[in-house]
Write a protein that binds this ligand. Sequence first.
Ligand code: ZN
Length: 146
Amino acid sequence: MNCEICGAFEETLFKTDIEGAVMNLCKNCSKYGKVIGSSVQVNNKVQRKAESESELKYDYLNEIKNALKEKGLSIEEVAERIKCSPKDMKKIVNGEILPDKNITTKLEKLLNISLYEVELVSDSASKRDTDNLSFGDVVYIKKSKK
Ligand SMILES: [Zn+2]
């Protein structure tokens, strides 16, 4: 786990109360607040799920391609329907670029498919800042893609 202040990697972090906010800190940084316990592993599964909420499925390209075949839609037709340039749509289907959330959502609706790993996320969990992935979280997400 990484210290939430300086980012140092430690096996064990100290749960520290800093002006009412509880953070997991290394020994050094725990001096800034009141240590209320130690924490070895983060095992908040709800939070983990929320962080992978916007992860595209591993085989999202196949999902798209299969759906296109099934519905008999051409890339150009789909592009027009979801207001995306045919050029970009081609790149997306070829896996050259990742579709942004807006396009993905429209594709899901149009093709009646789901492209994300996790569909249901509770509101409170999804509000967490997903930019602050620690080392452990990144490893977890990579593992979960298998
Ligand atoms: Zn620290």
